[in-house]
Write a protein that binds this ligand. Structure first.
Ligand code: PLP
Length: 399
């Protein structure tokens, strides 16, 4: 069967493939410790679940407006005002089936064949694939650990061409946990102000998961002149532990949002009916449930940062300041072998560590940085402590 060119260019998700392997090993009775999770290990708060359950019972099970119910749009307007101090109207917002869906719809709406989208690397692996799926060209800019995993104003300036349609900024970042400061955003904003044809995609999914002294900053807040061409993407997955609910949104210029509304209306239609009042309730809550989660994440972060840096051949610099990932450099182990199996890069590091050491991590090559691997600390302190011990044993046996 012939496959369309625009679909054939898509790569399978490396992270999903290895997660599947780890799951299969667990199903076979192997005691695998996993650092692979891309989602918080907490349950969705009960007060949010109750609203959805009530709505299912009440029969809120039919189509809603494509862009989301007026009340949910209002709740999003409110949270953007509260968290960012930015003023939006409901026409500038659309709710989709997760932030990933919002991003895809956005790429579809603004990327034409051959258009370029600037993506700092390491990147969340979905960005380049979505750009390619829409016929565009991902322009990947290398931001190594030595540069704090952040793009510099000079790098941004030299990546912009006449074909650039958008620049993707993800802070706190997946997989690095890097958080841009307001000063850094100000300097990037000064470059962007000179290129009005470039839209800004601010992927803020980890906005609420930042560890002091770091603080969250956002481009359209730091450089207000950019708001008119910035798309702020967010959702409930990470901060509310609602990955399976599939609810995300974006806020941006209404002429594009209206095109996305047409696209969504002809593809997936509305977000799930009975998640929407629950989502509005979550957004309007006092967010008290977040405090103990952040406390736990902060503890686990410290455990994993100290533990990784104590391992020979492993370097975690800079340490993550947000999200729930650590992205250490393990390249000092490349060229060594375990039981005759040679470690040639992050892919074989992750494979051999999983199969021989029963620990699952994600290869950095999936995120554009082959020197590193990603460990998620959205898991218990026990798993972190024991997993680090296993990694230490594994490293000790490399020859
Ligand atoms: C950086 C980043 N953006 C967006 C998403 C999308 O999340 P969701 O589609 O669950 O809202 C993720 C999920 O892993 C992510 O890591």
């Amino acid at each position: 069967m012939r496959i369309a060119k625009r679909a054939a260019v898509l790569s399978p998700s490396l992270t999903l493939a290895l997660t599947a392997k780890a799951k299969a090993m667990k199903a076979d009775g192997k005691d695998v410790l996993s650092f692979g999770a891309g989602e918080p290990d907490f349950d969705t708060p009960d007060f949010i679940k109750e609203v959805a359950i009530e709505d299912i019972r009440k029969g809120v099970t039919k189509y809603t407006p494509v862009r989301g119910t007026p009340d949910l749009l209002k709740a999003i307007v409110e949270i953007l005002a509260k968290d960012y101090g930015l003023v939006y109207t409901p026409q500038e917002i659309i709710v989709s089936l997760g932030g990933k869906h919002s991003l895809f719809n956005l790429m579809y709406a603004i990327v034409d064949d051959g258009d370029e989208v600037i993506i700092p690397s390491p990147y969340w692996l979905t960005y380049p694939e979505q750009v390619k799926a829409c016929g565009g060209k991902p322009v990947v800019v290398d931001c190594p650990p030595e540069a704090g995993f952040k793009i510099t104003p000079e790098q941004l300036r030299s990546a912009i061409t006449d074909r650039t349609v958008a620049f993707v900024l993800n802070s706190p970042g997946n997989p690095t946990g890097a958080v841009y400061t307001a000063e850094e955003l100000d300097a990037l904003g000064a470059v962007l102000e000179k290129y009005p044809h470039v839209a800004i995609i601010s992927d803020d999914l980890y906005q609420k998961l930042v560890y002091p002294p770091a603080t969250f900053a956002s481009l359209p807040v730091v450089v207000p002149s950019l708001k008119a061409r910035t798309f702020v993407v967010n959702g409930l997955s990470k901060a509310y532990s609602m990955t399976g609910w599939r609810l995300g949104w974006m806020a941006g210029p209404k002429e594009v949002i209206s095109v996305v509304n047409n696209l969504q209306g002809q593809s997936t239609s509305n977000p799930v009916s009975f998640t929407q009042r629950a989502a509005a309730t979550a957004l309007r809550s006092d967010h008290a449930f977040l405090d103990p989660w952040l406390e736990q994440f902060a503890k686990r972060r410290q455990l994993i940062v100290e533990g990784l840096n104590a391992l020979p051949g492993v370097k975690l610099d800079p340490a993550p300041e947000g999200a729930f990932y650590a992205f250490p450099d393990v390249s000092a182990t490349y060229g060594k072998s375990y039981n005759g199996r040679k470690i040639e890069g992050s892919m074989s590091f992750a494979e051999v560590l999983l199969e021989e050491g029963n620990v699952s991590v994600v290869p950095g090559i999936a995120f554009g940085e082959d020197r590193c691997v990603r460990l998620s600390y959205a898991t218990s302190e026990d798993v972190i402590t024991n997993g680090l011990k296993r990694i230490a044993d594994f490293l000790a046996k490399l020859g």
